[in-house]
Ligand binder design. Structure first.
Ligand code: 9PG
Length: 532
């Protein structure tokens, strides 16, 4: 059916199987719904699929597809990356000249929103669903949408926000038993609640056993952390495996294939192609549950489960379950196995399908010691690669999730050493952590000056009850902070730059080129580690 509805001075046209209007909002039902807008919008809110995917207000025009192609399955929803109109997962919004916003948001998984000229289109990959349409002031609309999502997906009882030291953003994969031991000692009485061991402890991605750099084993590592009076945290990427892993070689039938029977690419990392576990396969689910129990038995109570998008990639599954439902089932099995008392952080995770099952969610791409790289931002037009501006931009546009889940904006930096961020950029990251009420750092105690160590201590103790006062402005106690300088999108490459971009994109899809970059940074890390 089609209907026009007058809202204020505007006339909107709706098409759906069913249209219902209450005082302040409209509900649509259908597998395909449209909202005809009263005038062309000036901006569109793109809401990317998983933690790292772009969420931002952008011009209402198509943007270049981000490169390189090889990484698209691990950075975006690969099904829609070449979509013509500006696209988003589950929800989209437009802003008009007067600043008013119209939101179209699905109340079920497997759904998408796209702007097509002066029409917002919503569709579902899995049959008829209900949609919310709301019009007015942005933060009120998103608060309403979040409230409805809470009714549908459930609300996890909020655990106190832990303060985390995480090994990734200083040591990366160069962690080992003695180095971590020296760092744990160096942290002294800094008020961290969790010391979280990131990527680098495992035999391989897929084979979750301690490698040769951790000869005393994982139980001893957890005990070492707990002996400092803190909780032990561990990173794993349980829904992917590298091609060379024992898991993939021994159980190829547990992995997702396409309709032609080829393994579905989950991206490329650690010098190898990645494949995705099929979370509808009963044996794979048993293995996931056993892995979670094992990690708890080692003594880890804070779990950062990463690269989770793999559970929701398109493919032909063991059971004919829609892809986000399949993902959610995998997460549910892991949550049940780890127990409700574990602290569960999802990362690289499809946003809506994780709600109600995790305690915290990474809501943006990785930070990095660099604000923005010309290669990634302009040449590759890639807003999801590690970079501090990318991380702030997307995290800021996902704060509406705060009533539903703890929002992790990634770590903040305090040391001048080891990064090229200026003081304002570092403060911006620290302030974002306070806005999110989620504090973490990877700074090495050996690198902190006395003054930097004190500012880290103050940060960990600070709880300023943030209040939003504008799209990018917040009141943090007596201070007003503004994140405006992090939200702009770069100009798409033109002329010579677009040729350079095509070449860089091609290189970025070559395994050998990625491996070369990886080897160089690995070597620099090993050198750096020598003077810790
Ligand atoms: C460990 C890391 C850290 C980090 C995670 C994740 O799209 N990318 O190119 C991309 C690269 C790295 C990455 C995420 C995305 O990092 O977010 O905190 O745990 O894995 O390998």
């Amino acid at each position: 059916m089609e209907t026009t509805i007058e809202i204020g001075n505007d006339i909107l046209t709706f098409s759906a199987d069913e249209i219902r209007q209450t005082d302040h909002e409209i509900r649509l039902v259908g597998a395909h719904v449209t909202v005809g807008l009263p005038q062309p919008p000036r901006r569109y809110l793109r809401h990317g699929w998983q933690s790292w995917s772009l969420a931002a207000w952008t011009d209402p025009t198509p943007l270049p597809a981000q490169r390189p192609r090889l990484l698209q399955p691990m950075q975006t929803d690969p099904v829609y990356v070449h979509d013509e109109g500006p696209h988003g997962s589950w929800v989209g919004a437009v802003e008009f000249e007067d600043g008013k916003v119209l939101l179209l948001g699905a109340l079920r998984l497997e759904t998408h929103v796209r702007l097509n000229g002066t029409r917002l289109e919503g569709w579902s990959e899995a049959g008829s669903v209900e949609w919310l349409v709301a019009y007015g002031e942005e933060s009120a609309l998103f608060a309403r949408y979040a409230d409805l999502l809470g009714d549908i997906f459930g609300r996890v009882e909020k655990k106190p926000a832990p303060r985390i030291w995480c090994s990734w953003y200083s040591l990366y994969t160069a962690i080992d038993e003695p180095t971590l031991g020296r760092i744990f000692d160096g942290l002294g009485d800094l008020p961290f609640d969790v010391l979280q061991v990131d990527d680098g402890w495992q035999v391989s991605v897929g084979d979750w056993e301690a490698n040769a750099k951790f000869p005393a084993g994982m139980k001893a590592l957890a005990e070492r952390i707990k002996s400092t009076g803190r909780q032990a945290g561990l990173w794993l990427a349980p829904l992917i495996a590298v091609k060379s892993s024992k898991l993939f070689r021994e159980h190829p039938d547990w992995f997702l294939k396409d309709a032609e029977g080829r393994f579905v690419s989950a991206g490329f990392n650690w010098g190898e192609p990645l494949f995705a576990l099929d979370t509808t396969h009963p044996a794979a689910l048993d293995w996931l549950a056993a892995l979670m129990k094992q990690v708890r038995a080692w003594g880890f109570d804070y779990l950062k489960l990463d690269f989770l998008y793999a559970g929701g990639l398109p493919g032909k599954r063991h059971m004919d379950t829609p892809r986000e439902a399949a993902y959610r089932n995998g997460i549910k099995v892991m949550r049940e196995a780890m127990g409700a008392d574990a602290f569960f952080l999802t990362c690289g995770a499809p946003i809506l399908p994780s709600l109600g099952l995790c305690d915290a969610m990474r809501v943006g791409p990785d930070v990095a010691g660099e604000w923005e790289s010309h290669r990634d931002a302009v040449l590759l037009y890639n807003p999801t690669t590690p970079g501090t501006k990318n991380a702030i931009r997307t995290s800021l546009h996902r704060l509406w999730l705060k009533p539903l889940v703890q929002t992790d904006p990634d770590v903040a930096y305090f040391a001048a050493r080891g990064n090229s961020l200026n003081p304002e950029q570092k403060w911006m990251l620290q302030d974002l952590a306070l806005v999110c009420d989620f504090r973490a750092t990877s700074d090495l105690p050996q690198w902190l000056t006395g003054e930097e160590r004190e500012s880290l201590r103050d940060f960990l103790g600070d709880q300023p009850k943030p209040r939003q006062i504008g799209r990018t402005q917040f009141q943090l106690g007596p201070r007003a902070v503004d994140f405006a300088s992090a939200v702009s999108m770069p100009e798409p490459p033109r002329g010579l730059e677009s040729m350079q971009g095509a070449l860089t994109g091609w290189l970025g899809s070559q395994g050998w080129a990625l491996n070369l970059l990886n080897k160089l940074s690995q070597r620099a890390l090993e050198k750096m580690k020598k003077d810790l």
